[in-house]
Design a protein around this ligand. Structure first.
Ligand SMILES: NC(=O)c1ccc[n+]([C@@H]2O[C@H](COP(=O)([O-])OP(=O)(O)OC[C@H]3O[C@@H](n4cnc5c(N)ncnc54)[C@H](O)[C@@H]3O)[C@@H](O)[C@H]2O)c1
Length: 249
């Protein structure tokens, strides 16, 4: 049966666990050749998927904050599979959770480094090749917290908000080159990152989710797949929630 990403090459960042891992595994099942990247080694599910299909799924260490690491990661992808048609900027870091008056400038910069500069460097690395090839698809993973205001979490929320505008900027800039840049805004998803919240915070997050529960990463990956695939051929420079209804409140 034909896969929805047959013939495509994809790079996914922050892919060792969570949404990135679920997306990498789904992409490979749908026919893509995928370079899954992260600063941590692959989690068990990704490692098993790589072992089962090494011809379509590989792991590459890539710190998204480093331009040199992007050059190396892109070269490895191109050598193994060809220039990517798809980039998923999924790597993210949560930060301290503090409000503005208790947060440090250092922590603000650190949140921007991963969540914004990492996304910027990823697009900067792959866009020239995508334009030369006549098109491509980029999915930038922000957060519903980059859209709706919540108390505290100044660093993460501000960085994720900047990621939304960076995606719109790149989306509008590169759409004439058929490079579709879209932003995905997940709500509360059960991943290693979100397991850092306290039980009270978890309760509050579910109370603010009209569906009344958190998602599994496998419920977010199909949105990533759709935005990355040719099925989304008229979808550009947009923002898409996968948040159980949270942003509508
Ligand atoms: N889990 C949630 O509730 C939730 C909600 C909204 C948005 N998100 C976003 O989804 C994305 C994926 O997160 P997740 O929830 O799957 O968590 P996760 O912890 O499973 O994945 C995040 C990954 O990013 C990697 N990472 C961190 N810094 C990096 C760096 N400098 N370079 C490369 N990789 C780096 C981590 O090692 C980790 O594997 C993130 O951007 C996150 O902000 C998550």
């Amino acid at each position: 049966m034909a896969g929805r990403l047959d013939g495509k090459v994809a790079i996914i960042t922050g892919a060792s666990t969570g949404i990135g891992s679920a997306s990498a595994r789904l992409f490979a099942r749908e026919g893509a050749r995928v370079v899954a990247t992260d600063i941590r080694p692959p989690g068990a599910e990704l490692a098993a998927a790589i072992a089962a299909a090494p011809d379509r799924l590989r792991f590459q260490t890539l710190d998204v904050r480093s331009e040199a690491a992007w050059a190396e990661g892109l070269a490895a992808c191109t050598a193994a599979f060809g220039h990517p048609h798809i980039l998923v900027n999924n790597a993210g870091a949560l930060g301290s959770g503090k409000p503005v008056h208790l947060e440090t400038a250092e922590a603000m910069r650190a949140a921007f480094d991963v969540n914004v500069i990492g996304m910027f460097l990823g697009m900067k690395a792959v866009v020239p090749g995508m334009m030369a090839a006549g098109g491509g698809a980029i999915v930038n993973v922000s957060s519903v917290w980059g859209w709706s205001g919540v108390a505290n979490n100044a660093a993460y929320q501000t960085a994720k908000g900047a990621a939304v505008m960076l995606s719109k900027n790149a989306g509008v800039t590169y759409a004439p080159h058929n490079v579709r840049v879209n932003c995905l805004l997940p709500g509360y998803v059960d991943t290693p990152m979100s397991r850092g919240v306290t039980p009270d915070e978890a309760k509050a997050l579910i109370a603010f989710t009209p569906l009344g529960r958190r998602a599994e990463p496998e419920e977010i990956a199909p949105m990533v797949l759709f935005l990355a695939s040719d099925e989304a051929s008229f979808v550009a420079a947009g923002n898409y929630m996968a948040d159980g209804g949270m942003a509508a409140l």
